[in-house]
Design a binder for this molecule. Structure first.
Ligand code: C5P
Length: 151
């Protein structure tokens, strides 16, 4: 999937979301509150349903990544949140998609699974292995764990 003006061979990427280098940026949050990390269980698509992830989604054309993160948390969880530091790393998802993750803190609201998810859990550091994380989210979860008490 070399970047190029005509997209990749799979043709499955959202051309409208790409960043001009042939890659769609997906942003997600390590939402930290009271010493816990929020995990969200996907309700779709079928191949991801039931697996747990850090909530987030695609950056729209012309949108700043941090703004996309705030928007996605508002849409998916009904909360206002503030991005903190970006976790070091950029993780490949399906072809043509890459994941960046920020820590985030809650400003207002209690997260509810409004869109894309059917369950949420607040996990302490010792509980992080108790859910079946999406493979592609695991390195980011490990990095987020270092920001939880007990690290
Ligand atoms: O949520 P949305 O469908 O916009 O996410 C775009 C893509 O990024 C999906 O294929 C989803 O599986 C992936 N993703 C991921 N890990 C996340 C958030 C999204 O693999 N934490």
């Amino acid at each position: 999937n070399a970047p190029g003006p005509y997209g990749n061979a799979s043709g499955q990427r959202d051309a409208g979301s790409e960043r001009g280098n042939g890659t769609v940026l997906v942003v997600a949050a390590a939402l930290l509150d009271r010493g816990r990390l929020l995990a969200a269980r996907r309700s779709a698509p079928a191949d991801l349903a039931g697996r747990w992830e850090l909530p987030g989604g695609k950056v729209e054309p012309g949108e700043r990544p941090e703004d996309a993160l705030v928007r996605e948390l508002r849409e998916e969880l009904g909360v206002e949140a503030e991005p903190g530091e970006r976790l070091p790393g950029a993780w490949p998802l399906k072809p043509g998609y890459v994941l960046w993750v920020w820590t985030a803190r809650l400003l207002s609201g209690e997260p509810r699974p409004l869109e894309d998810h059917d369950a949420l859990r607040w996990l302490a550091r010792a509980e992080l292995d108790s859910v079946d994380w999406l493979d592609q989210d695991r390195p980011a979860v490990a990095e987020a764990a270092l920001r939880l008490p007990g690290a």
